[in-house]
Design a protein around this ligand. Structure first.
Ligand code: SF4
Length: 463
């Protein structure tokens, strides 16, 4: 316990005439911290609020602690406490740790500080491209990327270092999107082209991979294409597939040239192939012949969130301008409101984004997804260390059945209902779907969508 925490303990014990054990103090410190950051108030202001609560004044011993904690939980979750009894088991109260400093990349211009190339990928086109584009960057040939990372100690502060691993992928070519336990998925397939991202979003689940730095890029695209052909022969039905689950599909396209190869391969195939991005890195795509089964999609958030939570990404304006160029070229478009981040004025902020979207672009689009902020406990811990200024994880997030933190059902339903209403005011046709949600939320949006199969059909048919 540091001096500040000792002083805090003393003040609290004096004010409320009780004593706190180690675990009790840990919970109280955490709740104070989150309320302070979220509401921009001082410790003393919180103490003053607690001091006037009769139930605290009139209780003794352990009950005093229980009532202080209960009151703090109500202050920490003001909306939820008015709507439902809060189960303390669904609250995540981790130890407080000081945030890291000087860990964010400074520039969106990605210049690798070292390039590791797996022996088997050393003669690949991708290795040549990196060598040509970054002649001053040292290149190290390694046997295997995973083995290298395991044997060299990396930690959270290395996460966004501009390190590149060019690899020969042997296993993870195509996989079903795992969605999450007890939720309705959309039967999306992941074309697993890359891991890691030069952008830096506070809510990005990649931060959980705390000991895996940089960006991993597979060089053997032809093997991916071969695997896809084999896979497709077996399933032989229309599907939605895309990159961008473990990376941004276009952030490094000016270096990798992946988009051209992917679009040439998927053009005209009976699948919807999606490239998902927060960039405006579309110049390679604009040189290509368009195809309607290629969907270029953008994640959208209010500009204030882009600035504070999506570091180094293109602005909202830049994303929409790029989307317009893509639409004019003849490709299909998709949009993802994911994650929607709740705040007191969330509705106004997202209304502005939707107004802007429909003032710039002509619907229908291939699809629009809506997802609300969510993440594991590990993600919250990492985000808190890397983004100590951010307060998005101090929103009303509770642990669900799948042990992920998410907004309570009533709030998620409110978000989805309102987002649907705002979008439908402009656009009756574009299929709307939810990301990682349960049947209750899905059927509120559309009563027919009560299984993954039906969601998949809905997304594939309404073009
Ligand atoms: S753009 Fe996507 S992959 Fe990249 S940091 Fe942001 S959330 Fe993560």
């Amino acid at each position: 316990m540091n001096n500040k925490q000792q002083l805090f303990k003393h003040t609290l014990e004096q004010t409320f005439s009780f004593s706190l054990n180690f675990n009790q103090l840990k919970d109280i410190l955490r709740l104070f911290h989150e309320i302070k950051i979220r509401d921009g108030i001082t410790e003393q202001q919180i103490i003053s609020r607690l001091a006037v609560e009769p139930i605290i004044q009139n209780s003794n011993g352990r009950n005093k602690f229980v009532n202080i904690k209960r009151n703090l939980i109500n202050l920490r979750f003001p909306l939820s406490s008015k709507n439902q009894a809060i189960d303390p088991g669904q609250i995540f109260l981790a130890d407080l740790k000081p945030g890291l400093t000087d860990i964010h990349p400074k520039s969106a211009n990605f210049i690798p500080e070292v390039i590791y190339i797996e022996e088997k990928a050393k003669n690949s086109y991708l290795s040549q491209r990196f060598a040509e584009k970054f002649p001053k960057t040292p290149i190290t040939i390694i046997n295997n990327c995973l083995e290298y990372v395991k044997n060299n100690q990396f930690d959270l502060k290395d996460l966004k270092k501009p390190i590149v691993f060019i690899v020969q992928e042997n296993w993870d070519f195509i996989k079903p999107c795992p969605c999450t336990k007890n939720h309705i998925g959309c039967n999306y397939w992941i074309f697993n082209l890359g891991f890691g991202c030069p952008y830096d979003c506070s809510y990005c689940f990649l931060q959980q991979y705390t000991n895996f730095p940089g960006v991993v890029l597979p060089a053997n695209l032809d093997d991916f294409f071969q695997k896809f052909d084999n896979f497709y022969q077996k399933i032989n039905r229309p599907i939605r597939i895309g990159t961008g689950e473990f990376c941004d599909s276009l952030a490094l396209d000016h270096i990798t040239g992946y988009a051209e190869k992917l679009i040439e391969f998927f053009r005209g195939k009976p699948v919807y192939f999606e490239l998902k991005t927060k960039s405006n890195n579309i110049s390679n795509i604009l040189k290509l012949k368009a195809s309607k089964n290629i969907v270029i999609s953008w994640s959208l958030n209010p500009e204030s969130i882009v600035k504070s939570e999506e570091l180094l990404t293109a602005t909202l304006e830049q994303r929409l301008k790029a989307a317009l160029a893509i639409q004019e070229k003849g490709f299909s478009l998709g949009f993802h409101f994911d994650p929607v981040i709740y705040s007191n004025n969330w509705q106004q902020l997202y209304q502005q984004v939707i107004d802007l979207l429909y003032s710039r672009l002509k619907p229908p689009f291939s699809w629009i997804s809506i997802g609300s902020l969510r993440g594991t406990r590990k993600l919250k811990n990492a985000a808190e260390l890397r983004f100590p200024e951010s307060n998005i994880f101090y929103g009303e997030l509770f642990l669900g059945q799948d042990k992920k933190l998410r907004y309570p059902k009533f709030l998620r339903k409110q978000i989805y209902h309102k987002m649907q209403e705002m979008i439908r005011a402009y656009d009756k046709q574009t299929p709307l779907y939810l990301c990682m949600e349960d049947a209750d939320c899905w059927t509120m949006l559309n009563k027919d969508l009560n299984s993954s199969k039906k969601v998949e059909q809905y997304l594939l048919n309404q073009k």
